[in-house]
Design a protein around this ligand. Sequence first.
Ligand SMILES: Cc1ncc(COP(=O)(O)O)c(C=O)c1O
Length: 343
Amino acid sequence: MVTATVPVDGPWSVDAEYTVDIAGVLDRFPALAAFAGQLGRTPLQEVPVPAGSARVLAKAEWRNPCGSVKDRTAFALLCDFLSQHENPAAVPLIEYSGGNLAGPLSVLAEQLGIDLTLVLSDATPDDYVHQLRGHGAKVELVDRCHGFLAVMNRARELAAAPGAHRQLLYQHRSQANVWMHRTSTGPEIADQLAGEFGGLVPDRFVASVGTGGTLVGVLAALKARHPAVRGVAVTPSELPYGSPLPPNGKPKYAGSGGLGDGIRQPFVLDGESDIAEFHTLSRDDALAAMAEYLDRTGTRIGSSAAANWKVAAEVARRLGPDGVVVTIFPDAGSPSEWAELGR
Ligand SMILES: Cc1ncc(COP(=O)(O)O)c(C=O)c1O
């Protein structure tokens, strides 16, 4: 596991051999085995694009047990931690979250009897914070004006405090995060393309970047079967990937974002040569796309899913009718996003 004292932009490279001893952990913790039984195997669905474009297929991650792609990440981070500790109740855990990771972490920590502290922005809706506390998590809120980097740094600071004896899961640097998408989300997509979709070969994989674990892990799995596939990264216009500007508190579409101060998410930096394009989308455009997608399909997708849809459609338009674009719909949108849209 990585320690809290390592800065987020310290050197990092993917360990392609990294594995988590899932079987051993599931034997010891039936609650995790039950969660694993409901995790993943989400549908891959064709989504609307303008005529003459490449086909676009999206993985519906809201079908995970707590409603988002971060259920996979929470599961992987906890399995990795548990595989390294005989008595997890003796080691309090700490993690930061932009939203979706906190939910499954709090549910699983409660079931496993793990002491969990979560650091979040004070922009997090009250009812969500209430839910996390209801599952027994301690929640610390950080002033939104300083951006997500400040949330991460506060969690690092709490974990590194002398005598704290708390383990930081550190999703931006955890090999288990990338490993999970390389061994579950990615192979599921590759199997669906080969089976249900009759052997389609993907040209591009489009994903919004929070940690970049989804983008980099899925891309590695797809590349193993389709070496020509390239990634497309999406981050909010309000703070794009690698922006030299300081972090800011502007609202952004969910779960994603640059970190500011020129910091690049370590997974994405390590895999930059496999990424063909970096795109941005504003929160307003992502919310408008949520409403448009609901009107056109009757299905609710969240703001990062809507951002992925818009960028995938643009990439598909340029690729033309013979291309294949795969993307991910991380969640179905939060109550506060839908309330803002009045839907
Ligand atoms: C809604 C949503 N979309 C996208 C992401 C990005 O996922 P990753 O951290 O794998 O880049 C997250 C991460 O929290 C998220 O919550």
